[in-house]
Structures are given as C-alpha cells and as structure tokens.
Ligand binder design. Sequence first.
Ligand code: SF4
Length: 496
Amino acid sequence: MQKHVLSKSTFIRGLKCSKSLYLNKHNRDLKDELSEMQKAIFNQGDMVGELAQQLFPNGIDCTTKTFYNFEDAIKKTQLCIHGGKKVIYEAAFQFNGVLAILDILVKNENGWKAYEVKSSTSISKTHINDAAIQSYVIENSGLKLEDVFIVHINNKYVKKNELDLEKLFTVTSVKDEISKIEMDISKEIENQKKILNQKDIPPKDIGPHCTSPYNCDFIGNCWENIPKYSVFDISNLSQEKKFDLFKKGILKIDDIPTDYPLSKNQKIQVSCEQSNEKIINEIKISNFISELQLPLYYLDFETFSSAVPIFNNSKPYEHMVFQFSLHIQKERNGKTTHYEHLAVADGSDPRLNFIKNLIKSCRGSGDIIVYNKSFESSKIKQLAEAFPEYEIELKQLISRIKDLMVPFQKKWYYKKEMKGSYSIKNVLPAMINNLSYESLTIKEGGMASHTFSQMMSGTFKGNNQNARKDLLEYCKLDTLAMVEILNKLTLEVKCI
Ligand code: SF4
C-alpha cells in the first residue's frame, strides 16, 4: 500500500497557502500554540461529531488506536464494507497518496452515502472542497457514492425536553456543488506533492489568505516583522488597502501619506496618531450626557454558549446569561452602589434566577447604561421569549437602555491610545490611568465564558472558588469602567 503524503485537512491547507502546507509538514515547531479557547472549539467539534453518529445508530467505528497508523483503519473499513456492514464511523480510504477519513458512511437500498459532520451553522466553500476531496479519494478507491452530505447544526432549533437530533442537525446534499468545482483535483494533488518534496520553504508573502476564511496557525511566524500596532489595525480599512500599503513598504501608521484615500473615521485615527492630538466633540458629548436620566444603572452581562443546547427553550450557540454586574449612581459623578449576580455552576439553567435578580436590582426609572446596546438588549429579548411571564418587566428594561459606546464609535472622543478601536478594553486605559484589565486573571469576555462553561460541565481544572472570585472581579470592572469613563467625559466637557 502506498504511504499517504497528504490528508484531507492538509490538502485543504494546501489550497489556502503553499507555505502553510510546507511548514505543517517540515517545520511544525513554528506553529502557533493553541489557546485554551481554540482547544475548547475543537473539543466541541468532536462532541458534535459523536452526537451526529446517533443519527445513524449501531455503526462500526474504524478509528485507529494510534494517530499515525491508518493502515489498520483502512483495512478495517474494507472488511466492514465487504462484510455487509451498513453504518461505518470514521471510515478510512486512501488513493493517490491522499488519506481521507469520513465521519459517517451509510449503505441503504440505493447504495453508499457519505456524511461529513460540521459544528458550524452553515456550509462554506471550504466544506465543499473538503467534501470534494473526500469523494475523490473514496470513489477512486473503488466505492461508488450515491450521494454526499454535509451534516451541520440547525441554529433555528429550539430544545424542548429531550434533544431532537433530527431537528438539531441539518443534512444537506452537496453532490451538485462538488460536481461544479472547477479545480482539477488530481493536478492539485500532484502540485501539492511537489511542494512537499521541495528543499526550501515556498516563497509566499503574507496576504488576505492568512486570515480568510479562517486564521492560519503560522501567523506568529509569518507576521513576526509586522509591528504590534500597524496599518493592519486601521479601523474598517479594506484588506485591499491594507495590503496595498504593505506592498508599498508602509507598515507604521505614522508613515501613511496625508493624501492616502481613507474614510472620515480612518483619517481621525491616522491624524491623531501622527499629530498626537485628541478629538473631543464637546457639543455632541454634552448632548449625549445631558439626555441621560438619573439615577444611572451601569449594567454588564456575561454569557456562555454551546453548539448543542443544554436547557429547554434555548437554541444552538445561544448566548446564555449567567452573570451581571450593576453600579447605581444617583447623581452625576456621584458615589455608586454595587450589585452583582453570578449563577451557581451546577449544571442547572441559570436564567430564571438571573431574571429575578436583574429585575429586582434594576427596579426604578433611571437609564440603564451599557457598552454595546445590541448585545444586552438582544439577551434581554431572548430571556423574554424563553420566560414570557417576565416579558413586560424585561421589555421595560430594554426601553431604558442607553449605549455608552456611541461617543467612541462615532469618534466624538478619540485619543491615539485607543488604537482605532472603540472597545471598552481600549477606551478604558486610554482615558483612565489607574484602571486596567491587565492585572486581572480573567481579562476578557471570552475567557469568562470559557471558565464558566468548564465549571458547568465539570471540566474546570482550577479552583472553583477562586474562579468565581475572578469572574466577579472581571464583570465588576466592566461596569466600574463605564462609571469612570462617563465621569471623565462629564468632567472633560464640563457637563456637571
Ligand atoms: S501565515 Fe499566511 S503566508 Fe504564512 S503560512 Fe499562513 S497563510 Fe501562508
């Protein structure tokens, strides 16, 4: 048997970038380390794959005992096919030096059907290429496929009592899409084999392919000469213009010519960087502040999500609230009182207690200040749909929400330290010297979400009590940050 040199995933990698293909084979040490959150995404993908097997129960699993020895899996697959098995998981095939492992292979009265499982909620071009190379290998190994399907998550599904796998998954035939692919797969395989046999790393420059349709895992290596803050950080600048500047040898924002075509907000970012000046639109900011109704309720939520819904009346990937922090301020720039809520991570639905505490803590008439209104509003709306008995009170909360992000998003206030971003993580250190997320154990929402998810599933490896303390500290800083930012804005525009 010819030893395989490519796998389905390395072939897809090669389509994206020849250098990535080469480095993955010969210089694996240059790969970026996987973050805990990336590992969690991979684990979730594995879990979805195992769950989808239940759509076709009682299959034979051809998984190999060792990761690099696939010959046993290929032999076992052939034995299953010729031994009359109807459902095979992780079926392994090899042709022309390419190894393909298929998630689920099923035989019915019409013939064999291939199913590839994805934890995404839609089908991408990469998924079609992926299914195309699978079919190429399987069919050329001698097994005719009647159809090829992609099984993915249906994000419209609402869980009611038992998980309904038929509704959780969408099964879509991609046979027609595969037949429309113009790529000559045999030629591409030969091309990739040649690249892998080269002595030197292919001379491929960085480009939009590094981050699209997903981030390459050699970015740390290939982008090491790009400054930490560069033309690639200009807010909403098109990839075309970013790489146009890069090709002209312009990496620092300081070096962008004054006549380079940019939008109004991009010009503010570039000119503040070059001149060291800051922007304050006093009229707009004063109007914004004077319209806020006291007392002010500074509110922030933390959420977690999972591909497979855990609780009744929830959907795949729905952001489930588990924590809030609230600072209440009765007078402009006055003292604050702090309230907080953090669900017990015991696997039970955190939403009902969250709703009750939220309504109780926000009782009153003042404005609710959040940072990025669409997030908090949509979470409250989802709660109102899932728990209609609280709909009226929850919708009243939505009507009181004001967005502190607006003055920064609209660049009414901008300092070069914000680095083109209006995220609170950039705005806070740019405005307030002694407050920052840097000293916290949990520094951003993704980490909070990941920590709580692990505590819920019982897979958290740290100390739960310490983690709860870290979660409370993180969320508290989010609302304290809003208090301090609004105080500072009020003082700067003398709106007190
Ligand atoms: S970072 Fe970009 S250039 Fe480097 S290997 Fe990845 S895709 Fe290729």
